[in-house]
Design a protein around this ligand. Sequence first.
Ligand SMILES: [Zn+2]
Length: 235
Amino acid sequence: MLKINKSLKAKNLRSGRLPVAGIILHDTAGSGQHGDTLYLVNDPDGRGVSVDFTIERDGSIYQLNPDLEKFYTSHAGRATVFRIPGRKYLNRDVTRACIGIELCQKANMSLSPVWPDEQVKAAAELCVSLCRKFGLAKDRVTTHRGVITDGSRTDPRNFPFDTFWFHFNRAAGIPAIDTPGDGLNDTIIHDVKAGETLWKIARDYRTTIEDIKSRNDINEASNVIRPGQKLLIKK
Ligand SMILES: [Zn+2]
């Protein structure tokens, strides 16, 4: 059962929410501790930023926006684009249409482990719950890095998406995620084998390296994959 702490309410809630169309994952690049949540509840520097949820290292989920259909928070409103079939959201409308989840993470990523499994699992389970609530397919879960247009954001940094999707599928009741084609909409999962390259995998599945990268949040400048990694591939 998903436990959500609703004891903290963000100071900066805005009216004018659009129908929820997506979920954007971030990392805080702060202390990685509870203080990051408190900062987003009540930013002391007047920037007006906040977020709908934070998730801390122990898996605690804080809902800072008490009414997700009424209010939105400013978490990805600058230099961003979010596309869904037939519609494109820009800048402020990205935050109006997308729920933001900040994963508490230290700026220099020096905490160990960098991403505790409790935190990754809580993120996955919260996303499943939100996808159900708002009728969203899993491809509506994206990242700040995935919506930024000027390259200025890369968060959530080094987030273990293979573990995230493992927990997501399990929470969503999608069995046997190692079996290609199991209930993953238009997506299958490929287990990377030793010696495989993105180029080979793209060729084998008749897709493109760019498409594989964007589905798996592989940095644009990087072609590095490792054996055992799970990649989401377009069917
Ligand atoms: Zn961000």
